[in-house]
Design a protein around this ligand. Structure first.
Ligand SMILES: Cc1cc2nc3c(=O)[nH]c(=O)nc-3n(C[C@H](O)[C@H](O)[C@H](O)COP(=O)(O)OP(=O)(O)OC[C@H]3O[C@@H](n4cnc5c(N)ncnc54)[C@H](O)[C@@H]3O)c2cc1C
Ligand code: FES
Length: 269
């Protein structure tokens, strides 16, 4: 769907990290955790391209939202890294953006009864909150392992805890939680009967994928790539699949085949 959306709130949670709520058509309630949206920040020519963001949350307003004739909303959690996100951070209540959503392949929640383990690095936590909500609604036991460079990178932990998710935090500099990589904390808790869902920087995802293979734990990863169209038309977002060789190319479109992949589908070297 392509639709106009009104900004309801756009709040700075920690330096350079924002959480933005926008109105959404009712149909977006049928989206899956792990799917993403493409947002056109401005009608101006620059920046020309839409920017991709994971769905952080989707829901309904408790009372019909005054003046906009809609009951549904979606949220994104984003980090200011360049021109598009800088412009985004300056938007206020009442501003209008243009969205394409929901896009891509989301997480497969897996069979009930397994322990679900979410692993997020920095703003990679974004799609995991929507996922945690869906898993908790099914009555699943959910644990979150969140990592970042320092305490400012650890976002919305209280929201996860309010859902009943058990949380573990690690920061590189030890300013919050354990000192070190989140993957070290994860490794101490991994065992068969778990299912991993991870999102974050590619090196972290590679480490999680390797660990999952070693422990024979199913693992899905949500990948990032530069995107132009977001719908599989430009091939700007391809990455190598597990069977890729120079003679037999195996490429996957992050926007259409992903952004969520089974970790064994991709080449991690
Ligand atoms: C499927 C998907 C979901 C995403 N979800 C989120 C999210 O929930 N929250 C969030 O904050 N960000 C998310 N991103 C990344 C986000 O799209 C980029 O940070 C954003 O497009 C940057 O736009 P910009 O104009 O501010 O930066 P630009 O001016 O375009 O670039 C600024 C810097 O950021 C780097 N950069 C930009 N885009 C990417 C990218 N896709 N991957 C790696 N580096 C990049 C550039 O190399 C450059 O160094 C997601 C990306 C994808 C593909
Ligand atoms: S962004 Fe165009 S094919 Fe994926």
């Amino acid at each position: 769907m392509q639709f106009k959306s009104m900004v309801v709130s756009n709040v700075e949670l920690s330096p350079n990290y924002f959480r933005m709520r926008m109105t959404a058509p009712q149909e977006l309630l049928a989206s899956a955790p792990g799917q993403f949206l493409m947002l056109k920040v401005t009608d101006a020519i620059d920046p020309l391209l839409r920017r991709p963001f994971g769905l952080f949350d989707v829901g309904t307003f408790t009372a019909e939202y005054a003046g906009c004739g809609t009951q549904a909303y979606c949220e994104i959690l984003y980090k200011v890294v360049g021109k598009g996100t800088k412009l985004l951070s300056a938007l206020h209540h009442g501003d209008v953006v243009d969205l394409l959503a929901p896009l891509g392949r989301g997480f497969d929640l897996g069979p009930a009864g397994e322990e679900k383990v979410l692993v997020g690095g920095g703003v990679g936590l974004a799609p995991l909150y929507y996922l945690a909500k869906a898993l908790v609604a099914r009555g699943e036991k959910v644990r979150l392992f969140a990592g970042g460079r320092n305490r400012d990178d650890i976002l919305c932990i209280t929201e996860f805890e309010r859902l009943g998710v058990e949380t573990y935090v690690a920061t590189d500099d030890g300013t919050l939680g354990e000192s070190g990589f989140v993957t070290q904390v994860l490794e101490r808790h991994l065992n068969k009967g778990m299912r991993i869902f991870a999102c974050g920087p590619t090196p972290m995802l590679g480490a999680v994928a390797k660990m999952a293979a070693l422990h024979e734990v199913p693992c899905q990863v949500s990948m990032e790539a530069y995107m132009a169209c977001g719908v599989g038309a430009c091939l700007g977002c391809v990455m190598k699949g597990a069977n890729h060789t120079e003679d037999t190319p195996d490429y996957r479109c992050v926007c259409k085949d992903g952004p969520v992949f089974d970790s064994f589908e991709l080449q991690w070297s």
